[in-house]
Design a protein around this ligand. Structure first.
Ligand code: ZN
Length: 214
């Protein structure tokens, strides 16, 4: 998704739990995942059907966040959390998860954004696909004059044809936004559930910016 929606989802899901500076740290790390060098790593954005790789990356960042908290490095823990949230949120914008669910429901008329399920295991959905990253089509869709044609003619399996990155992508966007926001909340709970056993309630409180000695 484009930056403002990563900010919106992360803020909506987390602002009641974190101190403002902590939340900003999470958001900055989330947005930094879209820097140019990271566009060549499909797993970071769940592009190119990199579902197993994306899930592995999220697990690794979650484990890193726990280790950083245990080592007393809260800023680095918050950054790891922000990075995994970016990948988690991109899943709903870059895959056909929402489109598959809408088809199962018999069409958009039967679908409410709050009812879109979150994906807990991409391996269980054999029809799941995500857009192929293509530098050629990425550039073509952003060129003056050519851009409109390229957007209409990008191959169906490309990121340019499949993405739900912003409202201009059509009526499925609000559904992707709602599911990604809900999964952001779920990721928060998962991480807290790992920090707790690793360091007790005090470490979980410290992660939220409520502990002493920060
Ligand atoms: Zn991304």
């Amino acid at each position: 998704m484009i930056a403002r929606y990563h900010v919106q989802m992360t803020t909506e899901a987390l602002q009641a739990h974190f101190d403002p500076a902590g939340l900003q740290r999470i958001i900055r790390a989330n947005l930094a995942q879209d820097r140019v060098i990271n566009q060549f790593t499909p797993a970071i954005h769940f592009d190119s059907n990199a579902f197993a790789e994306g899930e592995a990356l999220i697990r690794a960042e979650r484990a890193l966040a726990v280790r950083q908290m245990q080592a007393g490095r809260r800023p680095e823990a918050l950054a790891a959390f922000g990075r995994l949230l970016h990948t988690r949120q991109d899943f709903y914008a870059h895959s056909n998860w929402v489109a598959l669910w809408v088809a199962q429901q018999g069409g958009l008329a039967n679908c409410q954004p709050e009812a879109v399920p979150i994906c807990l295991d991409p391996r269980r959905e054999p029809a799941l696909r995500s857009g192929r990253g293509s530098v050629l089509w990425f550039l073509a869709c952003r060129m003056p004059l050519l851009g409109r044609w390229a957007l209409a003619n990008a191959p169906a399996d490309t990121h340019e044809a499949m993405n739900l990155d912003h409202p201009g992508r059509g009526p499925l966007f609000p559904l992707a936004l709602a599911a990604a926001t809900r999964h952001t909340t779920q990721e928060f709970g998962l991480l807290l559930a790992e920090i707790g056993p690793a360091g007790g309630p005090a470490l979980a409180q410290a992660f939220l910016g409520r502990g002493p000695g920060l």
